[in-house]
Design a protein around this ligand. Sequence first.
Ligand code: CAA
Length: 241
Amino acid sequence: MSRVAVVTGGTRGIGAAISVALKNAGYRVAANYAGNDEKAKAFHETTGVPVFKWDVSDYAACGEGIAKVESEIGPVEILVNNAGITRDAMFHKMTPQQWHEVINTNLTGLFNMTHQVWTGMRDRSFGRIINISSINGQKGQMGQANYSAAKAGDLGFTKALAQEGAAKNITVNAICPGYIGTEMVLAVPEKVLNERIIPQIPVGRLGEPEEIARCVTFLASDDAGFITGSTLTANGGQFFV
Ligand code: CAA
């Protein structure tokens, strides 16, 4: 029986590409989403991937969501923590709400989700946790003190948990996408995107969601069993760690 993968934020943007790539690679995929029922329904109809609604910033909801996935599909062996939001503002204009919303989803969401599947992975001596961080967690980004802090936190989480999972054959890795052509990036003011961001990308273009999805299928595979605690950077040469 093929392995079960959960992709948070798996019905739109990078997450949708990840769900489809894992399905095409033979996994049984559950795509989580938080809010947009219409997009989720359309995604399900187009791809056949089952969709499950809960908010990753809510610990209890994550527990219920994972229990539902496990009863309908099977024990989760691969978790892709992809769900993320932006609330961009210069720091002097950033509200506590903008700070907390981003931290709760983009950082605490990793705890809330991973905690639900970790014991099962330990018991079965197999697991793959793949955390979608960001170039902006590596280099920082003006207008994103909240997002950069959360995404940098995701990298610390990845490295700590990799050490705990290693003896149980659970790998924990992060991917840091650069600017990918999704709704999230296209929400950046056009002038900023064209004049400030794209000129900083040596390959001269935004990335494609499928280019990140291929990184995920590799890290999920048996071939990647010796890779843990690592950060795979895919940013068109914009930033070297
Ligand atoms: N790089 C360099 N300069 C920037 C910049 C950037 N990314 N963003 C803004 N600036 C500059 C502006 O050009 C402007 O300079 P001038 O006054 O000389 O024109 C100055 O900073 C102030 O900017 P705004 O007039 O836009 O100020 P604002 O208060 O209206 O908005 C902002 C500020 C919300 C930060 C807005 O500029 C913005 O959204 N910037 C983009 C931030 C960003 O890169 N977000 C990434 C989203 S995608 C993502 O997060 C996915 C991922 O993982 C990569």
